[in-house]
Design a protein around this ligand. Structure first.
Ligand code: THU
Length: 142
């Protein structure tokens, strides 16, 4: 069985400790290895107004973009759950925006379980800019 590179897992484990999740008590950590090789991390941040919350993957991708990078080559998501945590639907679309379909997404648990999937397997049939080809927004006549 293959396992993840320990640096990516460790980064996700560490950042998870800083998650702010007083409402769900469900802390999530995420680490993104960008094309440069650098690792960007994020944790979930909740809010008394529940819809305002940020997912760990969202935070890690935002940190990567803020640092001037646009491509993920490997991702790790970790939480304290009975089986490896698959990213939520919105975060699958977020990963798709910045990573190729074959990019590995590791899903880990704090008790040491680990599974690998890919962005393409997590989100077959993703919404894509090509779907907007006939929209006014994409029209060159505007
Ligand atoms: N959460 C994430 O950070 N990533 C996921 O992929 C799933 C859910 C967070 C959002 C919220 O703070 C908590 O987990 C419970 O949904």
């Amino acid at each position: 069985m293959i396992s993840s590179a320990s640096d990516l897992r460790e980064a996700a484990v560490l950042v998870r400790k800083n998650a702010y999740a007083p409402y769900s008590n469900f802390k999530v950590g995420a680490a993104m290895r960008a094309k440069s090789g650098k690792i960007y991390v994020g944790a979930n941040v909740e809010n008394a107004s529940y819809p305002v919350g940020t997912c760990a993957e969202e935070a890690a991708l935002a940190a990567m973009i803020a640092a001037g990078e646009t491509e993920v080559i490997e991702a790790y998501v970790i939480a304290d759950c009975s089986e490896p945590l698959p990213p939520c639907g919105a975060c699958r679309q977020r990963l798709k925006e910045f990573g190729k379909d074959q990019v590995i997404v590791w899903m880990g648990t704090t008790d040491g379980q680990e599974e690998a999937t890919t962005i393409g397997d997590l989100l077959p049939g993703a919404f894509d800019p090509a779907h907007m080809a006939r929209s006014q927004y994409m029209s060159s006549s505007l």
